[in-house]
Design a protein around this ligand. Structure first.
Ligand code: NG6
Ligand code: CA
Length: 520
């Protein structure tokens, strides 16, 4: 038989080219398939307390979807947010840096500039380097622009400039203007003939406010929250224009869920990182009509039921898209609970026997445990064995632990690689942690917590929360006194001394210079 040399040559060439192209891809490290980690989804609630889920002991409120997820994963009993308020916690989550290192990491107005340096290493940047597609859907609250934003042009820098390939966010909080969604830096549905203006100092001429026009309100303000009125709800800050772009508060849960689902569907072919930042149960609590009355606790309970539902729906999407087995899910909350955070919404009146903070003392804004100890669990179907862990873990540690998971040697400055703890392969958490609440800091080591003396009120009467301020040092043994009822500072001076020394080694003298304004 006559050999077809031309054909054989071409075949050889093709085989060689194929082998070679595979090789070069790997060598370049562009296709990290041998290292590629799972998809990563962080679901982050806003102001959800330690005792709020069934799996954390709630009996009056039903959270079946979150309970199922937590029961199928690893639930932490000593999991902490990095601060007792939102901005600093979110800063730490994305950077792996303690928020007290950044003076600007405080509750921000809607007009605040971006507080993450665009040159700074972030969790999404680290993941991008490993071939991940990165997206954020939901609450941002880390500032936008450089201090003088024109809301009618592309708004930058923002999430897309600090590592997110895709962003669809609310700028600050649901109670702060601008009350619009921003997708990749552009206000969604903005009509150029109806430009948006935002100001936190003074109102725009002729625009109604919560203070002057109570007749226009469908939700009444209790403290603060008496500036511009949007959808009958008085907000913090003044805003004008953008009528077509204004969000509908009751649709927000569906809107962000839909965006998160679309993101999963669009990115499922490659490793992706989704930061799904829920707006519930932060004020104003505006459940979709489907959920009104669902908890029997008024709007605050209803939006927790709604949040539980959206999480269930997202899990279903991960399942139907065939990626649930290959997705690490981390659920937590940015800070502890508050009932009355500035609106009359029956949160206090209808709470009944529900204990948002569980057995802990304090709440949002507080240096006591309920400020920062929050629901915290990891879930990875088929990989994480269901269970409970008492290890001390912080949201700060998510950065370096995920880096380790995806084979990156990058680290967050204060972030510990405790990947094995998050995956349930080790009981060892971190041994110490600096706690933060409205610019004040305290220190946990082992089972002990030391709160240094701070001026300022013991309690914020408006929100009815003990803040942790005292003229004396406070020392608590959490193992025997989780409710922080017995101050052991006098009876255990040696322990106190040891704690102060260790704390000051990390904090220096800086912790004494607390800005009065932040002392809630
Ligand atoms: C406070 C608001 C509160 C809430 C909080 C931020 C007043 C009186 N209170 O200043 O309602 O918006 O800021 O919450 O305005 S956080 O969860 O985003 O940190
Ligand atoms: Ca919050």
């Amino acid at each position: 038989m006559k050999r077809n040399f031309k054909f054989e040559f071409l075949l050889c060439l093709m085989v060689l080219l194929t082998i070679n192209s595979c090789k070069t891809d790997k060598e370049k490290g562009e296709v990290s398939d041998d290292k590629a980690g799972p998809n990563i989804v962080i679901i982050y609630a806003d102001d959800l307390g330690y005792g709020e889920l069934g799996v954390y002991g709630a009996t009056e409120l039903k959270t079946p979807n979150l309970d199922r997820l937590a029961n199928g994963g690893l639930r932490f009993t000593n999991g902490y947010a990095s601060s007792a308020t939102c901005t600093p916690s979110r800063y730490a989550l994305l950077t792996g840096v303690y928020p007290w290192r950044n003076k600007r990491a405080k509750i921000l107005p809607g007009t605040a500039p971006l507080i993450i340096d665009t040159a700074q290493l972030t969790l999404p940047k680290m993941l991008k380097k490993k071939g991940y597609h990165t997206g954020i859907v939901g609450k941002w609250h880390l500032g936008l622009g450089d201090g003088n934003v024109d809301w009618n042009k592309r708004i930058a820098p923002g999430p897309n400039e600090v590592g997110f390939d895709y962003s669809n966010i609310l700028a600050a909080t649901q109670d702060r203007v601008p009350t619009v969604y921003i997708e990749n830096g552009h206000v969604v549905n903005l009509d150029p003939n109806d430009p948006i203006e935002v100001d936190y100092q003074k109102n725009f001429k002729g625009e109604p406010t919560g203070l002057d026009n109570p007749e226009m309100l469908k939700m009444k303000w209790h403290h603060g929250h008496n500036n511009s009125i949007v959808n009958g709800i008085p907000r913090i800050g003044f805003m004008k224009g953008g009528a077509a772009a204004l969000w509908v508060d009751e649709d927000m849960a569906d809107y962000f869920l839909n965006e998160a689902q679309q993101y999963v569907r669009a990115q499922k072919e490659q490793p992706f990182f989704l930061y799904y930042a829920l707006q519930q149960p932060h004020v104003p609590r505006t459940p979709h009509p489907r959920f009104v009355g669902s908890s029997g606790m008024g709007p605050r309970g209803d939006v927790i039921v709604e949040a539980d539902w959206v999480v269930g729906e997202l899990i279903k999407t991960l399942e139907t898209e065939g990626v649930l087995d290959n997705t690490l899910i981390i659920f937590s909350s940015d800070n502890g609970p508050v009932l009355n955070d500035g609106y009359y919404d029956d949160a206090v009146e209808k709470v009944g026997n529900h204990q948002p903070k569980g057995p802990l003392r304090g709440g949002k804004y507080s240096l006591f445990e309920a400020g920062t100890r929050v629901p915290f669990f990891t879930y990875w179907k088929g990989t994480i064995k269901p269970g409970t862990s008492d290890a001390l873990v912080s949201q700060l540690d998510i950065f370096s632990s995920i880096a380790s998971l995806v084979g990156s040697d990058l680290e967050g400055e204060d972030s510990k690689d405790i990947l094995n703890t998050f995956l349930g392969k080790s009981d060892m958490g971190r041994d110490e942690l600096v706690l933060e609440a409205t610019s004040r800091t305290a220190y946990r080591k082992g089972d002990w917590v030391m709160i240094p003396p701070y001026d300022g009120p013991a309690k914020n009467m408006q929100v009815d929360i003990e803040l942790g301020n005292d003229k004396e040092y406070q020392l608590y043994d959490l193992k025997n006194d989780i409710g922080q009822e017995i101050n052991l500072a006098h009876s255990n001076p040696d322990k106190l001394e040891e704690m102060i020394k260790a704390f000051e080694q990390i904090r220096g003298e800086g912790y004494k210079k607390v800005e009065q304004l932040e002392l809630k």
